[in-house]
Design a binder for this molecule. Structure first.
Ligand code: GRF
Length: 191
């Protein structure tokens, strides 16, 4: 399958996906990186892996519909099958949801439906839970609400923020390339 990664930040998940492709562990072709943050570190990482990128400034558009329509033209020109969100800090709108039904995937750093939205790791720490984790799910119009594909628990008992983040990100980096391989190759993925 051909896919695009959407990211807004550092891009550590994007990088593990590109590494998995290079190793031959993930059969799929990443044909584009899309970012809504022209200064994001993920752009440097994309260059290092020779992934073409499109960066845009949402404020330069009248509405979400306008920038999603522009992105959709690119995705269709590149014959993209799947959109993979990796720290894309924006809700996907109707234009892309309608063009890619059940073909947009997100990763979230909690065991959904617990702790949706921003700073899921901080939310878990504030709630003093011993176990949090990672969820990979299909994207719908809600905030972190779509059908769950896979989850992995992470023990964060007694962790400070830095250690909880380290453990959860390590779980993300192990799980995302594996699950994407399964989804792209239409095998069963169990929770
Ligand atoms: C990850 O924790 C992901 O689950 C969340 O945003 C973070 C992105 O991190 N949606 P990175 O940019 O991949 O390093």
């Amino acid at each position: 399958k051909r896919f695009a990664i959407f990211a807004s930040g550092s891009g550590s998940n994007a990088e593990t996906i590109w590494q998995a492709i290079e190793r031959g562990d993930l059969s799929g072709e990443c044909v584009l990186l899309v970012t809504d943050k022209p200064e994001a570190k993920v752009l440097e990482r994309a260059d290092a892996y020779h992934i073409p990128s499109f960066s845009f400034t949402p404020k330069a558009y009248v509405s979400k519909r306008d920038f999603e329509e522009e992105i959709l033209v690119l995705l269709q020109a590149l014959r993209v099958d799947y959109i993979v969100l990796a720290g894309y800090m924006r809700l996907i709108g109707d234009v892309l949801l309608e063009a890619y039904p059940s073909h947009i995937i997100n990763i979230h750093p909690s065991l959904l439906p617990a702790f949706p939205g921003k700073d899921a790791i901080g939310q878990a720490l504030d709630a003093s839970v011993d176990v949090s984790g990672v969820t990979i799910h299909y994207v719908d119009a809600g905030m972190d609400t779509g059908p769950i594909i896979a989850q992995r628990e992470v023990d964060i008992t007694g962790c400070d923020r830095q250690e909880a983040t380290r453990r959860i990100q390590a779980a993300e980096h192990a799980l995302y390339p594996y699950v994407l391989h399964e989804v792209f190759n239409q095998q069963e993925v169990f929770k």
